[in-house]
Design a protein around this ligand. Structure first.
Ligand code: ACO
Length: 382
């Protein structure tokens, strides 16, 4: 018998890190962020407070919070070279996530790099601060408009909405976005977080680690597709059409977008937080129709999935209410995944700090499945 460890596709079930940043329990439907249930933290903390918490394992006091806000606000402007690159990207109409990846990479122009803790800290601030500016500037350039520069007097989330639209958001909208960003700020050792940890474990630099993570998040198996979940709600259009529409879809063997999860076998706790945030925001806007239609679609979908896929425990996932919330904030579906990255970069950078504090380079093994003892045949004889 071979004493080699067994191959585990996708590393499923393998524990590859210890972390204090988040805990995901898919059976209980529980997500802890730095010890706080997501329901407790996401709707109350500002994004900057949640970021501080992930970086320092404690909520900031007033002085610490002010100082972090100032540091971030001071790093929001993009280098000229980044803006030029985004203009070139817009001419080629590259996707928003690719523009974010390329834009984030240019931040190395302003940095000394390396994994020393002060360099990593400076780069982390620059990355978190710049993500919204890159995403908003690129979205406007793609639409043929000039970017709107950041405002240092606005908080992180409000400033992002301002740079997208030119309108200062009302407090309910800023709160809605902060709740979303906090909700998605960290989620265990997912693919992009693992990517960031692998890169920083080589003592590469923070910017390289985060650029790699963006690349991982971009994939449809990870960054998800909240757009299609919302498209389905729009196609349904009226509450009474929900049942026949989705029944027909399931009879054709199609999947209902926004339902089912690899880890969560009960309702994703993030769906609950986001549905509460969406309700609050739509109520403040004075038009509950889309919110109520979405609730109706959700209830019908869960009942139909139990009928068509008994025992599969298919419940609402984070994407379903992400779509409703971000749409209500006026965001186009093209920026849904980049906005996810604006929240998740908090967790990515925190994981890099955690990895660096107790580092061991990631070096798993592979099992060779090819042939052996091949002999080189000169070209003229092949
Ligand atoms: N609608 C209808 N049937 C479904 C759905 C769904 N949304 N999700 C799973 N099923 C069915 C599958 O067809 C399969 O049925 P079968 O055994 O009869 O063939 C069974 O449930 C198990 O499906 P798997 O794909 O093996 O389940 P897994 O846990 O791997 O899938 C996934 C998780 C990919 C999210 C899946 O539920 C899905 O495709 N959902 C729709 C897309 C979606 O909402 N994606 C966003 C996920 S959230 C995120 O990524 C952050």
């Amino acid at each position: 018998m071979s004493d080699k460890p067994a191959f585990v596709p996708g590393l499923e079930g393998i524990v590859a890190a210890q972390t204090k940043l988040s805990s995901v329990d898919g059976q209980a439907g529980e997500l802890l962020i730095a010890g706080f249930p997501v329901e407790e933290l996401a709707g109350k903390a500002s994004f900057e407070e949640a970021l501080y918490l992930l970086w320092h394992d404690a909520l900031p006091n007033a002085e610490q919070l002010t100082s972090l806000k100032q540091e971030l606000a001071a790093q929001r402007e993009l280098p000229q070279a980044t803006l030029e690159l985004l203009r070139a990207a817009a001419r080629s109409k590259v996707a928003d996530m690719d523009a974010l990846r390329m834009g984030a990479s240019t931040l190395s122009l302003q940095t000394t790099g390396g994994a020393a803790s002060d360099a990593a800290q400076r780069d982390a601030v620059r990355l978190v601060a710049s993500f919204p500016t890159i995403v908003a500037a690129y979205r406007r350039l793609l639409g043929g408009e000039e970017p709107i520069g950041p405002r240092a007097d606005l908080d992180h989330a409000a400033n992002y909405l301002y740079m997208l639209s030119g309108q200062e958001p009302n407090p309910e909208r800023a709160r809605g976005l902060e709740t979303y960003l906090n909700t998605v700020s960290d989620h265990g050792l997912n693919a992009s977080t693992f990517t960031a940890r692998v890169i920083i474990s080589t003592q590469s630099d923070m910017i390289s680690a985060i650029v790699g993570a963006i690349g991982a998040l971009k994939g449809p198996l990870h960054g998800g597709a909240p757009g299609p979940a919302l498209d389905m709600v729009f196609e349904i259009g009226e509450p009474e059409k929900a049942e026949p529409y989705m029944r027909a879809k399931l009879e054709r063997g199609e999947r209902l977008m926004g339902f089912g999860h690899r880890v969560y076998k009960v309702r994703d706790p993030r769906a609950e937080v986001l549905s509460v945030a969406a309700e609050r925001m739509y109520r403040a806007d004075g038009d509950m129709r889309l919110y109520e239609l979405t609730r109706q679609v959700e209830q019908t979908a869960v009942a139909l999935l139990a009928e068509f896929k008994p025992g599969r425990k298919l419940q609402t996932n984070v994407e379903f209410y992400t779509a409703l919330l971000l749409h209500g904030l006026g965001l186009s579906t093209d920026v849904f995944t980049p906005t996810f990255a604006i929240g998740r970069v908090a967790g990515w950078t925190a994981h890099c700090f955690e990895q660096l504090r107790n580092n061991r380079i990631y070096r798993p093994q592979s099992v060779y499945t090819g042939v052996k003892d091949r002999r080189y045949i000169p070209l003229e004889q092949r």
